[in-house]
Design a protein. Structure first.
Length: 293
């Protein structure tokens, strides 16, 4: 069995994405078989087991016997779960400065199925509790909070553009992604019909073109970024045009209304690509394809 913790608010999308669903506990979805890619999962429970418990103390003792650090996912019996958690070492992760480093210790996940049963997984796909990364935010520099999506992806991958590389940011206005990229010491071509915030447009290494992201002729770049608002099939066409010339690509697939699983399969079929729902995503997924680094 494998457990998949859905991103907040997207359990229905996760269930639709998975096969052989056997149980759903709040946002926690279980399937038969080994782990498989699941874009709508914030975290995957790789080794789930059930523990019979006789008391709060017994639950804490049995979890500590497996390993030290555990993160609670609570979907019911909240008071009892919190009392158990209080007897375990704290794993609260404070907001991190970018780039965030993964926790140094392995953190498992657990929940209460009922008053006498703990469901736990010592190994999970995400090193962060419940797959959630929180940053010390910059309240002054960026014109929007969109930059947090890039900070999160770069921290998860421990990969980001390097000094001297050239980036194109499509749909850049008001400039959250351009701001984040410029801070890495790269040159950025920001493209949008709407203007950048003046404090971003004036940054060294930023070039702005007032035109449609879809009208820009693809050119050889180290990184292509797109947070443009458009229907997913149109974004897929844009991605396909840039694939031959962009070494690395990061795009936000935004859904207006229902999720489109068919177009997601087309994105996933692109060689070397990945689909993830970041903690800072809304009703959208982040698609990326990286060159070997």
């Amino acid at each position: 069995m494998t457990g998949y913790l859905a991103a907040q608010g997207f359990t229905e999308e996760l269930v639709a994405e998975l096969d052989n669903v056997t149980a759903v506990h709040g946002r926690l979805v279980f399937t038969e078989g080994p782990p498989r890619p699941a874009a709508w999962a914030a975290n995957v429970w790789l080794e789930p087991i059930c523990l019979s418990i006789s008391s709060i103390a017994d639950a804490a003792r049995k979890l500590r016997a497996i390993q030290r650090d555990w993160a609670l996912y609570s979907f019911h019996f909240h008071r009892r779960a919190q009392l158990i958690a209080a007897q375990l070492p704290s794993v609260a992760v404070k907001p991190s400065a970018f780039p965030a480093l993964p926790p140094s210790r392995n953190i498992g996940s657990w929940t209460l199925l009922d008053e006498q049963t703990v469901l736990a997984s010592a190994r999970c796909s995400s090193p962060w509790p419940n797959g959630e990364i929180v940053f010390i935010e910059d309240r002054d520099g960026p014109p929007s909070r969109a930059y947090l999506k890039l900070w999160e992806l770069f921290s998860r991958l421990q990969v980001w553009p390097k000094v001297g590389e050239r980036c194109v940011d499509l749909g850049a206005s008001p400039g959250g992604w351009t701001w984040a990229l410029q801070k890495l010491g790269v040159s950025v071509l920001a493209v949008d019909k709407a203007p950048l915030a003046s404090r971003v447009a004036s940054l060294a290494g930023v070039e702005f073109r007032s035109e449609s992201a879809f009208g820009l002729r693809p050119e050889s770049v180290d990184w292509l970024f797109s947070d443009v608002i458009c229907y997913p099939p149109r974004l897929l066409g844009l991605v396909q045009r840039w694939l031959p010339v962009a070494k690395n690509m990061v795009c936000t697939i935004k859904f207006q209304g229902k999720t489109d699983p068919a177009v997601l399969r087309e994105f996933a079929a692109i060689p070397g690509s990945h689909l993830v729902h970041l903690h800072h995503n809304r009703h959208e997924l982040t698609w990326y394809r990286l060159a070997q680094r």
